[in-house]
Design a protein around this ligand. Structure first.
Ligand SMILES: CC(C)(COP(=O)(O)OP(=O)(O)OC[C@H]1O[C@@H](n2cnc3c(N)ncnc32)[C@H](O)[C@@H]1OP(=O)(O)O)[C@@H](O)C(=O)NCCC(=O)NCCS
Length: 137
Protein backbone atom coordinates (compact mmCIF):
# COMPACT_ATOMS: atom_id res chain seq x y z
CA UNK A 1 0.00 0.00 0.00
CA UNK A 2 1.26 3.46 -0.89
CA UNK A 3 1.56 5.88 2.01
CA UNK A 4 2.10 9.61 1.65
CA UNK A 5 4.16 11.64 4.09
CA UNK A 6 4.84 15.36 4.43
CA UNK A 7 8.09 14.84 6.32
CA UNK A 8 11.29 12.85 5.96
CA UNK A 9 10.74 10.58 8.96
CA UNK A 10 12.45 7.24 8.46
CA UNK A 11 13.98 8.24 5.13
CA UNK A 12 17.60 7.27 4.59
CA UNK A 13 19.69 7.26 1.42
CA UNK A 14 19.19 3.48 1.35
CA UNK A 15 15.47 4.00 0.89
CA UNK A 16 15.99 6.27 -2.10
CA UNK A 17 17.15 4.89 -5.39
CA UNK A 18 16.11 4.54 -9.01
CA UNK A 19 15.17 8.19 -9.42
CA UNK A 20 16.41 10.76 -11.96
CA UNK A 21 15.71 8.35 -14.79
CA UNK A 22 17.40 9.39 -18.01
CA UNK A 23 19.76 11.86 -16.39
CA UNK A 24 23.27 11.33 -17.76
CA UNK A 25 24.89 12.32 -14.46
CA UNK A 26 22.22 11.76 -11.79
CA UNK A 27 22.60 12.65 -8.12
CA UNK A 28 23.35 9.66 -5.89
CA UNK A 29 20.84 8.74 -3.16
CA UNK A 30 22.89 10.67 -0.56
CA UNK A 31 22.63 13.84 -2.66
CA UNK A 32 18.94 13.11 -3.24
CA UNK A 33 18.42 12.96 0.53
CA UNK A 34 20.27 16.28 0.92
CA UNK A 35 18.05 17.97 -1.65
CA UNK A 36 14.95 16.66 0.09
CA UNK A 37 16.24 18.03 3.40
CA UNK A 38 17.13 21.34 1.78
CA UNK A 39 13.71 21.84 0.21
CA UNK A 40 11.14 23.94 2.04
CA UNK A 41 8.50 21.28 1.45
CA UNK A 42 8.62 17.68 0.31
CA UNK A 43 5.92 15.05 -0.06
CA UNK A 44 6.90 11.42 -0.44
CA UNK A 45 5.07 8.34 -1.67
CA UNK A 46 6.37 5.32 0.23
CA UNK A 47 5.75 1.62 -0.31
CA UNK A 48 6.98 -0.71 2.42
CA UNK A 49 9.65 1.77 3.50
CA UNK A 50 10.89 2.39 -0.04
CA UNK A 51 10.40 5.87 -1.47
CA UNK A 52 8.63 5.39 -4.81
CA UNK A 53 7.73 8.99 -5.60
CA UNK A 54 8.55 12.49 -4.44
CA UNK A 55 7.75 16.14 -5.03
CA UNK A 56 9.59 19.14 -3.63
CA UNK A 57 8.91 22.87 -3.36
CA UNK A 58 11.00 25.93 -2.66
CA UNK A 59 9.14 28.95 -1.31
CA UNK A 60 9.75 32.48 0.03
CA UNK A 61 6.91 31.87 2.50
CA UNK A 62 4.95 34.95 1.37
CA UNK A 63 4.02 34.93 -2.32
CA UNK A 64 5.95 32.51 -4.44
CA UNK A 65 6.70 28.82 -4.67
CA UNK A 66 8.56 26.78 -7.21
CA UNK A 67 8.27 23.04 -7.76
CA UNK A 68 11.63 21.79 -9.01
CA UNK A 69 11.04 18.04 -8.80
CA UNK A 70 8.27 15.52 -9.27
CA UNK A 71 9.11 11.93 -10.05
CA UNK A 72 7.55 8.52 -9.62
CA UNK A 73 9.63 5.37 -10.13
CA UNK A 74 8.86 3.88 -13.56
CA UNK A 75 7.32 0.68 -12.17
CA UNK A 76 4.91 2.74 -10.06
CA UNK A 77 3.80 5.19 -12.75
CA UNK A 78 0.27 5.32 -14.12
CA UNK A 79 -1.39 4.48 -10.79
CA UNK A 80 -2.28 7.99 -9.69
CA UNK A 81 0.75 8.50 -7.44
CA UNK A 82 2.10 11.51 -9.37
CA UNK A 83 -1.35 13.11 -9.25
CA UNK A 84 -1.60 12.54 -5.51
CA UNK A 85 1.82 14.11 -4.95
CA UNK A 86 0.86 17.23 -6.94
CA UNK A 87 -2.50 17.48 -5.19
CA UNK A 88 -0.95 17.19 -1.75
CA UNK A 89 1.80 19.69 -2.52
CA UNK A 90 -0.64 22.24 -3.99
CA UNK A 91 -2.80 21.86 -0.90
CA UNK A 92 0.22 22.67 1.28
CA UNK A 93 0.98 25.67 -0.95
CA UNK A 94 -2.66 26.81 -0.86
CA UNK A 95 -1.77 30.27 0.48
CA UNK A 96 0.84 31.03 -2.17
CA UNK A 97 0.03 33.58 -4.86
CA UNK A 98 2.16 31.89 -7.51
CA UNK A 99 3.24 28.30 -7.94
CA UNK A 100 5.50 27.70 -10.92
CA UNK A 101 7.18 24.73 -12.50
CA UNK A 102 8.80 23.81 -15.78
CA UNK A 103 7.71 20.76 -17.74
CA UNK A 104 7.78 19.22 -21.19
CA UNK A 105 4.88 20.08 -23.47
CA UNK A 106 3.49 16.50 -23.25
CA UNK A 107 2.97 16.95 -19.51
CA UNK A 108 0.92 20.13 -19.76
CA UNK A 109 -2.31 18.11 -19.92
CA UNK A 110 -1.35 16.38 -16.67
CA UNK A 111 -0.79 19.69 -14.86
CA UNK A 112 -3.92 21.29 -16.34
CA UNK A 113 -5.94 18.93 -14.14
CA UNK A 114 -4.68 20.98 -11.19
CA UNK A 115 -5.75 24.34 -12.68
CA UNK A 116 -2.23 25.11 -13.82
CA UNK A 117 -1.82 26.77 -17.19
CA UNK A 118 1.01 27.01 -19.71
CA UNK A 119 3.41 29.94 -19.68
CA UNK A 120 6.69 30.79 -21.28
CA UNK A 121 9.88 30.80 -19.28
CA UNK A 122 13.64 30.81 -19.35
CA UNK A 123 16.11 28.46 -17.78
CA UNK A 124 19.81 27.85 -17.25
CA UNK A 125 21.40 24.42 -16.85
CA UNK A 126 24.96 23.84 -15.62
CA UNK A 127 25.31 20.21 -16.63
CA UNK A 128 28.63 19.86 -14.84
CA UNK A 129 26.67 20.24 -11.57
CA UNK A 130 23.95 17.71 -12.42
CA UNK A 131 24.94 15.11 -9.82
CA UNK A 132 24.80 17.71 -7.05
CA UNK A 133 27.08 20.25 -5.47
CA UNK A 134 26.88 22.68 -2.59
CA UNK A 135 25.04 25.80 -3.71
CA UNK A 136 26.34 28.81 -1.83
CA UNK A 137 23.82 31.48 -0.87
C1 LIG B 1 5.03 12.76 -14.57
C2 LIG B 1 4.96 11.64 -13.53
C3 LIG B 1 5.43 12.16 -12.18
C4 LIG B 1 3.51 11.19 -13.41
O1 LIG B 1 3.47 10.24 -12.37
P1 LIG B 1 2.34 9.09 -12.35
O2 LIG B 1 2.35 8.46 -11.02
O3 LIG B 1 2.51 8.22 -13.54
O4 LIG B 1 1.06 10.02 -12.51
P2 LIG B 1 -0.46 9.61 -12.47
O5 LIG B 1 -0.60 8.12 -12.50
O6 LIG B 1 -1.10 10.36 -11.38
O7 LIG B 1 -0.98 10.24 -13.81
C5 LIG B 1 -0.41 9.84 -14.99
C6 LIG B 1 -0.77 10.89 -15.99
O8 LIG B 1 0.41 11.52 -16.44
C7 LIG B 1 0.45 11.45 -17.85
N1 LIG B 1 1.84 11.34 -18.27
C8 LIG B 1 2.89 10.86 -17.59
N2 LIG B 1 4.01 10.95 -18.31
C9 LIG B 1 3.65 11.51 -19.48
C10 LIG B 1 4.35 11.89 -20.64
N3 LIG B 1 5.67 11.70 -20.76
N4 LIG B 1 3.64 12.43 -21.64
C11 LIG B 1 2.33 12.63 -21.54
N5 LIG B 1 1.61 12.32 -20.46
C12 LIG B 1 2.26 11.77 -19.45
C13 LIG B 1 -0.32 10.19 -18.17
O9 LIG B 1 -0.83 10.23 -19.47
C14 LIG B 1 -1.45 10.23 -17.15
O10 LIG B 1 -2.50 11.04 -17.57
P3 LIG B 1 -4.03 10.64 -17.29
O11 LIG B 1 -4.19 10.66 -15.80
O12 LIG B 1 -4.82 11.72 -17.96
O13 LIG B 1 -4.19 9.27 -17.85
C15 LIG B 1 5.80 10.41 -13.96
O14 LIG B 1 5.43 10.03 -15.26
C16 LIG B 1 7.29 10.63 -13.91
O15 LIG B 1 7.93 10.47 -12.87
N6 LIG B 1 7.88 11.00 -15.05
C17 LIG B 1 9.32 11.20 -15.14
C18 LIG B 1 9.75 12.47 -14.44
C19 LIG B 1 8.97 13.68 -14.91
O16 LIG B 1 8.72 13.88 -16.10
N7 LIG B 1 8.59 14.51 -13.93
C20 LIG B 1 7.87 15.72 -14.16
C21 LIG B 1 8.81 16.87 -14.17
S1 LIG B 1 7.96 18.37 -14.52
Amino acid sequence: MIKYQDDLKGVTAGRLGGFFVGWPNPPKPAAHLKLLKGSDLAVLAVNGGRVVGFITAITDGVLAAYIPFLEVLPEYQGRGIGGQLVKRMLRRLGKAYMVDLLCDKELQQFYKKFKMFPATGMMLRNYANQSGSRIQP
